[in-house]
Design a protein around this ligand. Structure first.
Ligand code: NAI
Length: 465
């Protein structure tokens, strides 16, 4: 008799594998189909490998300042192949961890491309050409995203780097042109400029990191400049040509006219698009908008029994959003009634210094016509930051004037990506500036900046003259 599954998840990234675990924990018999290694873009080609490189870069940066800390080192050098080996080992460990989680939760993993063309069935196409049908009550599509291609002459040359292939560069390039000043562009700009690469970022919008609070990006620009990162905004790459003796030359259109940028490598980082591989939208009659699967607040598509989560649904293409949606989809697929709440999605950018935000930016709050108060507390006035030698940046809080309720938090500085969690919780729980200010924060910690910024919303930060 054919085995029948309660839930079959297509795609084993942070959206899919988390959905599989949740469905299994709710008592479901669960299958997961993955064509590559478990972990998806996040683990294999995204969040984790880049953060391993971010750490190597951070260590190199710190070592260069070691003498300031009373540590004298000679003979330092970057061994880039070891940077890559460490990154690969971390990825392997985490992938093995997910494999274990699948086994422990009794999830059956099928290797191949999952094809969905009708509710109740997923066909697995194996690498060897085999075909296997999975009979299932519910399907969760979690097929992720792929790099967006842009119609610029020369960008289809095989040597043009993507966020995948840049992770396998064998050596640090002398110079790098990055097309796109979004999250991927900015993170790689920080990593490679630290290792000594001459980096140019070309962004077509007026500013880099368009989703970040403008006050934060304004503060970030001079720091990038000091780090030697050349940022061209309001600029577009018109064409990229290969040079006869290696490297590339790009024609960039800026407000001040055309300019030519030569570089040994070019990275395309102009966004990502939903990956619909294996999803027969036509036969399913699946509703799609701008290439993304349309879902309701329960992560249910317009086809009964089919859910979709993560990058394939468009929206914020973030691992933590995908996992969150995976839980919601699994719960609904298993008969519960859960809805997503996107009110508190932290946005973390692992450049140097780190940037993180949650809730409304100042501009968004003003556009909504809200009467707000804001307050910033700089890391220069934080004892812990001084001991770390990391004083660049600030914590900014935004609250509703009448209620004092915190509605936005934006950080640039050391451990911004960790510190943002407190503000996310404050917003989610509807806490006020008073609640945060009156919470005892340990001393000396970077988190005191959040408390000080909250005092600033009420009156004035304590440690500011
Ligand atoms: P993105 O959407 O963040 O940024 C792409 C940038 O490229 C935009 O600012 C856009 O204006 C610009 N652009 C587009 N076409 C251009 C052109 N022809 N010339 C110049 N600039 C152009 O996309 P990105 O950075 O590729 O990242 C993809 C996805 O992965 C995003 O959704 C991002 O949130 C996610 N991601 C998240 C990370 C994190 O949470 N730390 C890390 C890396 C990626």
């Amino acid at each position: 008799m054919t085995e029948k599954f309660d839930v079959t998840v297509v795609g084993g990234g942070p959206g899919g594998y988390v959905a599989a675990i949740k469905a299994a924990r709710l008592g479901g018999k669960v299958a997961l189909v993955e064509k590559d290694r478990l972990g998806g873009t996040c683990l294999n080609r995204g969040c984790i490998p880049t953060k391993a490189m971010v750490k190597s870069a951070a260590l190199w940066r710190e070592m260069q300042k070691a003498a300031d800390f009373g540590i004298e080192v000679t003979g330092m050098r970057v061994n880039f192949s070891k940077v890559l080996a460490r990154k690969a080992a971390i990825v392997d460990t985490l992938v093995a961890g997910i494999e274990t989680l699948m086994k422990r939760n009794k999830i059956t993993v099928f290797s191949g491309i999952g094809q969905v063309s009708q509710p109740g069935k997923v066909t697995v196409l194996g690498e060897d050409g085999s075909e296997q049908d999975i009979v299932t009550s519910k399907i969760i599509v979690a097929t992720g995203s792929t790099m967006a291609r842009i119609p610029v002459s020369g960008l289809d040359m095989p040597g043009i780097l993507t966020s995948d292939s840049i992770l396998d560069l064998k050596e640090v390039p002398e110079s790098l042109l990055i097309i796109g000043g979004g999250v991927i562009g900015v993170e790689f700009a920080s990593i490679f400029s630290t290792f000594g690469t001459q980096v140019t970022v070309v962004e077509m919008l007026p500013g880099i990191l368009p989703q970040v609070d403008e006050e934060i990006t304004r503060r970030l620009r001079p720091v990038f400049k000091k780090a030697g990162i050349n940022v061209l905004t309001g600029a577009k790459v018109k064409e990229v040509r290969e040079l006869p003796d290696g490297g590339y030359e790009a024609t960039v259109e800026t407000a001040r006219g055309e300019q030519s940028v030569t570089s040994s490598k070019v990275l395309l980082a102009a966004g990502r698009v939903p990956n619909m591989e294996g999803i027969d939208t036509g036969r399913l009659g699946l509703e799609v908008d701008k290439g993304a699967i349309v879902v309701d607040e329960r992560m249910q598509t317009n086809v009964a029994g089919i859910y979709a989560v993560g990058d394939v649904t468009g929206g914020s293409m973030l691992a933590h959003v995908a996992s969150f949606e995976g839980i919601v989809a699994a719960e609904n697929a298993m008969g519960k009634e859960t809805v997503v709440d996107y009110g508190t999605v932290p946005n973390c950018i692992f450049c140097y210094p780190e940037v993180a935000g949650v809730g409304l930016t100042e501009k968004e709050a003003r556009e909504r016509g809200l009467d707000i108060v804001k307050s910033s507390f700089p890391f220069t006035a934080n004892g812990k930051a001084l001991t770390l030698g990391e004083t660049t940046g600030t914590v900014k809080l935004i609250a509703e004037k009448a209620s004092g309720r915190i509605i936005g938090g934006h950080i640039m500085g050391p451990h911004a990506t960790d510190l943002i969690a407190e503000i996310a919780l404050a917003i989610k729980a509807g806490l006020t500036a008073k609640d945060v200010a009156e919470t005892i924060h340990a001393h000396p910690t970077l988190a005191e900046n959040v408390m000080e910024a909250a005092h600033g919303l009420l009156d004035k930060p304590l440690h500011l003259a």
